[in-house]
Design a protein around this ligand. Structure first.
Ligand SMILES: N[C@@H](CCC[C@H](N)C(=O)O)C(=O)O
Length: 296
């Protein structure tokens, strides 16, 4: 017997992929189990995470941002856990709002659990494709203290960088050093990351140019992580002695990820800007009984 149909879309940013669930009035009961079912790549739609699109005024965690940002990005990792921010997700969220006619021209404020992020959508790309999305990602926080990342027998010193969500950034000799990343890397001391962390493994490609692999908290290895790319840019700039606050001009790095390229700049006032693609690839409906876990 069929039940109510729930609309969804599928999108990605540098191959970090998301199921988008429009729920403007915040009516949907989206449990952790329902998110995990949606993200299952064999028994569900398949994604690294879910972006629920809710009016800020309709969500208790976003209500106080409603005056400034009409829409709240309720982001969930593929295991159903909640995260404060998602950099690729916020670009895809902006693209969805634009394509759905829910956002006008110009800057687009989006409420997230890490605060308001402002997106700007370029009109078109060089080949007439939808333009890249630039997001003001706020300031990186750099908690003091040594951290160490471990994979099997190997360990690396890492930098603790918080982009609204936590990151441990380790510079390695070769991206293959991170191994399969089927398991979460070890990070110590655990007290540095009371809520767990995302871990980036980084190599240099040239001046102002790095490449990374990432193991995401709650999602495993993904093809890209926007907040991770921002954390890596800031860690690389500090390592390279390029602090925009001291230099008095922006510092920009190209960040290559398995799923594509992001360009990240840090401004003299410490704010970080991320630019990259965002694509909606499909839309459809799903039976409510699937989300409820009662589908046969
Ligand atoms: N893929 C994201 C980050 C998603 C959240 C992360 N897994 C966490 O738990 O903090 C990005 O593009 O930033």
């Amino acid at each position: 017997m069929s039940t109510a149909q729930i609309a969804f879309l599928k999108g990605h940013g540098t191959e970090n992929d998301f199921v988008i669930v429009p729920d403007p009035d915040g009516r949907l009961e989206l449990s952790a189990a329902a998110v995990a079912r949606l993200c299952d790549r064999r028994a569900g739609i398949g994604a690294d995470g879910v972006l629920r699109v809710v009016r800020s005024a309709a969500h208790p965690e976003a209500r106080e941002m409603a005056g400034e940002a009409e829409w709240f990005m309720d982001y969930r990792n593929s295991d159903g856990s909640i995260a404060e921010m998602c950099g690729n997700g916020v670009r895809v969220f902006a693209r969805y709002l634009q394509q759905a006619g829910l956002a006008g021209e110009g800057d687009l404020p989006i409420a997230t659990r890490a605060g308001i992020r402002r997106a700007h959508i370029a009109k078109t790309g060089p080949g007439g494709e939808p333009g890249d999305v630039t997001v003001a990602m706020g300031r990186a926080r750099l908690p003091q203290g040594e951290v160490t990342v471990t994979v099997g027998e190997r360990s690396w010193p890492a930098r603790n960088v918080n982009m609204g969500n936590p990151h441990a950034v380790a510079f390695v000799g070769d991206l293959a050093d991170a191994g399969t990343l089927y398991e979460a890397p070890g990070v110590s001391p655990a007290a540095a990351y009371p809520e767990g962390t995302n871990v980036e493994f980084v190599v240099d490609r040239g001046p102002g140019h790095v490449a990374l692999r990432v193991h995401e908290r709650g999602s495993g290895e993904t093809r890209s992580c926007g907040t991770g790319a921002c954390a890596v840019m800031v860690a690389a700039a500090r390592r390279d002695g390029a602090d925009p606050a001291v230099l008095g001009h922006p510092v920009t790095y190209t960040v290559d990820l398995p799923g594509g390229r992001l360009v990240i700049s840090e401004m003299p006032d410490g704010t970080v800007e991320m630019t990259g693609p965002a694509v909606i690839v499909a839309e459809g409906t799903i039976d409510a009984s699937f989300l409820a876990g009662t589908a046969v």
